[in-house]
Design a protein. Sequence first.
Length: 449
Amino acid sequence: MPTLKLSRRHVAAIGPVEKVTTYWDTELGGFGLRVFPSGKASWICEYRAGAGGRGAAKRRLTLGTADETMTPEIARSYAKDILARVRLGADPAAERAEERAGDTLKDVAEAWFKRHILAKRKASTAAHYRQVLETHVYPRIASKRAVSLTRQDIARMHSDIAEKAREPRRSGAKKRASSSTVRGGTYVANQAIRILSSVFNWAADTGFVPEDHRNPVTRIEKFEEVGRERFLSREELGRLGAAITEAETVGIEWVVDETKPTAKHIPKQRRTFITPHVAGALRLLIFTGMRLREVLNLEWTHVDRDRRILLLPDSKTGKKAVVLSDAAFDLILGLPRIGRYVIASDSAGAPDERPRADLKKPWKLVTTRAELDGLRLHDLRHSFASFGAGGGLGLPLIGGLLGHSDPKTTARYAHLATDPLRQAANAIAGSIETSLNANAKVVQLRRSA
């Protein structure tokens, strides 16, 4: 086994490994760093229990994952404390094993969520994981001991979540905005086992389960996920634009459902309007392909007027610059500046101003008017990319406009680039055909006798 002084500089210099490799510290015996081919690394402490000596069994404790929250200095301090207890006759590994054997799945998942997700993931990601755990995972397996969970337990949970969406809704149950996420379905079932796989991998790295504990999620086949992308045609985009303009100017007439008991108390003619900021938000989504929260969280300080770009300090892929078209730039400058955010909310200008929460109601209004039921706001992002691909723009260029960090994400639009190729082929063939016709001579063929 290789040895070196486990300092920050030396640890940072350790390169990729082909197999699990342990680097032992040259200064503190029993203190080491276990590096995995995946790039992960864990601090460990190894000792001989009891009276010591070569006849005693070796024990190994995982101190934690080697990252910014557990530096070499912190890990070394933990190892010193453990080895000091061993010299006094303690067996920390056996004590931990006995304690951890009783940890439930919820105990381990909550530790993973607090120490791994909250510390390293965005708030929106953490909120999604929390929702999946509390709605789908905990009601089924929260009280089971983590080390006792089997592949059959996880597979049964996986199937139950998928089937939940097909069950009839209880009488009187409140309808939710996203039933596929809340009630179940194949997509959220797959999300649940992805989360659990991460929980068990983390637990093995940090000692919540033994290192050789088999991840019960391994080899569970996920349900096929059908892509949910939808691309607007030019005609559909025209209808959507007209509906936004109508809602912003004269309002969209609200049709009363005469079958409802309260219908007689509702005015027969009523129009619903959207504010210029809401209309601006919808058009900005169309013109830029930005994500919803990027638009709603956009502040005036993020607008670089000289370079005509938006400098977003945070997005799904980190810091991001959005290049604005003339239409998008003029749209932003035309919006009334009320408060901190470009898309003003009800609290605009107040000391505790917050961004607008969502666009659900106005989006439902305009898509119903445009006869585009089922169209999602995120489909505007897909449509932006599809128009780029259909216009002959290269995938790397489209990925740059959308802020994709992985080229594979943009590759989904490759099939849309066939129209420009056909247009190019037609242009070339048309040019050739014109040349042929221009130079052609009418030749009188002599009839054979």
